[in-house]
Design a protein around this ligand. Structure first.
Ligand code: F0G
Length: 359
């Protein structure tokens, strides 16, 4: 007879329930998200000049391959608790896949709006596979967000973009996990910034933990893509463009809060080029961590700040949030890297090839 084995980890809702500011009606809708690895990257730290400790918080290890699952478990659980039968979001892809999965787990109708032609294949496939109703619009993420905000006010369908406060409640658990693993907050936290929900959530989480447990506060380096950098430019961008489609956003919904987080933490928000993002994606993969382009932006920003000597991390601890898995965006690899070599199926051909590399 099978004996029931005790399950040790059951998701962020169970683990951090008492620290979440959520209504009592919130249900547990979990796919065991969170508890993601904090991966040490000593070789990459050395490549960037050395003398500091570097970790990647690899959020690509969540159930749908991005950090969005932390927020979605709570937002969908709250939606179920209040009796919603349907949820809606605009997305550059990851939110869509996550809403689709958690909506499916809860048996809800899920509608997602995405900018046509600008969503990576792994994200679109996820949203479809989990059974969401996927609607493409001839417009940007920002246009899609305006639409879903308006329609959720007119119709009984609940918005699960990060304007929904319970998304941030869930996402702040990543800050708790980092403090729990390191014993306190890192000196610096680097992360990509798109709609600016995540940077806001991290800052909430670090502040809350510090108040409760004196875990200190990190300085935050938020990083946008140069072609989609409204928070760096100081004005909205009407036609954002970047290879990092996840953060192709010109009017971040939580832009003000992102600027506050950067300022209060004594950090800043900067922009890096697409080339710098792709270069860092390759470097990370060269250290065994394959992330989607947007997820390399935080570290690309760190590299830039180090190069220009605007930041001193000697003897410090730095955590880079790697928000989504490389599997999300396979086309970018096909476009930015060499296709695999083709050889005849003979040992001689293989031997000749191998010897070349040994000369
Ligand atoms: N990294 C990835 C992989 C993302 O998908 C996003 C946002 C971000 C970073 C930026 O986070 O918006 O909280 O500042 N993706 C949203 C989406 C917009 O629709 O999936 P943010």
């Amino acid at each position: 007879m099978l004996t029931e084995k005790k399950i040790s980890y059951t998701g962020v809702f169970d683990r951090y329930r008492s620290l979440l500011n959520i209504p009592a009606h919130t249900q547990r809708v979990s796919l065991l998200e969170g508890n993601t690895p904090l991966i040490p990257l000593p070789r990459l730290a050395a490549e960037l000049g050395g003398g500091f400790d570097l970790w990647a918080k690899f959020e690509g290890m969540n159930p749908t391959g991005s950090f969005k699952d932390r927020g979605m478990t709570v937002a969908v659980g709250e939606a179920v608790g209040r009796g919603s039968r349907a949820i809606i979001c605009a997305s550059t892809g990851n939110t869509a896949a996550s809403a689709a999965a958690y909506g499916a787990a809860a048996g809800l109708r899920v509608v997602v709006l995405i900018p046509q032609g600008k969503v990576a294949a792994g994200k679109l496939a996820g949203a479809v596979a989990y059974g969401a109703e996927v609607i493409q619009i001839d417009g940007s993420f920002d246009d899609a967000l305006n639409l879903v905000v308006e329609i959720s006010q007119r119709q009984p369908i609940l918005l699960v973009n990060s304007l929904n406060p319970y998304r941030l409640e869930g996402q702040k658990t990543a800050a708790f996990e980092i403090c729990d693993t390191l014993g306190e907050a890192p000196d610096w936290l680097c992360l990509p910034v798109g709609n600016a929900g995540n940077i806001t959530a991290y800052w909430m989480g670090f502040q809350q933990y510090h108040e409760l447990q004196k875990t200190k506060l990190p300085q935050i380096l938020g990083v946008q893509a140069a072609g989609a950098a409204p928070l760096v430019l100081g004005h909205p961008v009407d036609y954002p463009e970047t290879v990092a489609t996840a953060i192709r956003i010109g009017r971040p919904a939580r832009g003000e809060q992102a600027l506050t987080a950067a300022q209060e933490s004594n950090g800043r928000i900067i922009a890096v080029s697409d080339d710098e993002i792709l270069d860092m994606q390759r470097r990370l993969a060269g250290n065994g961590v394959w992330v989607e382009p947007a997820s390399a932006a935080g570290l690309a920003g760190l590299k830039r700040e180090l190069q220009e000597q605007r930041i001193d991390v000697r003897g410090k601890r730095v955590v880079a949030v790697c928000t989504g898995h490389g599997l999300k965006d396979p086309e970018i690899i096909a476009r930015s890297m060499q296709p695999p070599l083709q050889l005849p199926p003979t040992a001689d051909a293989l031997e000749t090839y191998l010897q070349k590399g040994m000369e």
